[in-house]
Design a protein around this ligand. Sequence first.
Ligand SMILES: [Mn+2]
Length: 316
Amino acid sequence: MTNIKDIIDDSCKSVAVAGHANPDGDCIGSCTALYMYLRKNFPEISVSLYLERPKEALCSVKGMSEAEQEVKEGAACDLFICCDTSIPDRIGVAGDLFRSAAKTVCIDHHVSNPGFADINHIVPDASSCAEVLAELFDYEKTDRDIAESLFTGIVHDCGVFQYRNTKPATMRTAAALMEKGIDSAEIIDATFNRRTFVQNRITGYALSRASLHLDGRCVSAVITAEDMERFGAGLKDLDIIVSDLRQTEGVLAAVFLYQTGENEYKISLRSNTGVNVSDVAARFGGGGHILAAGATVEGTPEQILPAILACIEEQL
Ligand SMILES: [Mn+2]
């Protein structure tokens, strides 16, 4: 596929756009951008957008107000496009619709994506799914609102051009989007930099209790359900902890565990260099990117952490 129009033929009357569960900035930016682009440029097609409610800062992204949080009974579509989703199990609210769709397309940048849809357009070199989409859109058909969503997706996945997934092409794409007249500084501040008081407190707590392992080459922190309750925090308040851990001097990999069930933890992994955390996550049934990955595992931190450290040590 070289252009989004390649997947839309005359028989296509209805399209569903969806992302992954617990959507992040790239997922929200990509899905809303694709939704708005299809609405604007293919007015004869009915387009629906399915997204879980993200953290507050992302709710104001254009197009989010039209996102549906559940699939209505009897809903069907000719074409289902999922963005930024590496495995079908992670398709959020619209999983059933994916399974019943006549044709499915996956647009993504996760290196671990096996290509689970009928048509797969996966660019592991891209910083973000939004960067992949920008290349599939006609520039002159990309308006300011669409550019805002794409820019949001890009800056969230590359940490405002800080992470190693930032390539010259990422900067060129972002620059072209800025030419559309978006308020880039406001997007970055409002959706990426701004932290709630609760987020700051629980991040500070996690960092103050972090531990070093493997001669200081690995750092870990754990947040339990009890911790979250004590701080009045939800899962959405934890997303900056692992990137803060990664910035520790001398550290090659950061491991953050947070409780998601009675005996279940989500592992969030980040790497600076020398460790492929996508491979580590895959050993626990998860996936992601070389420098950022995750998995959900059963057990206690005392059981899970040594197993992850052993996998990381193999790579050092
Ligand atoms: Mn992404």
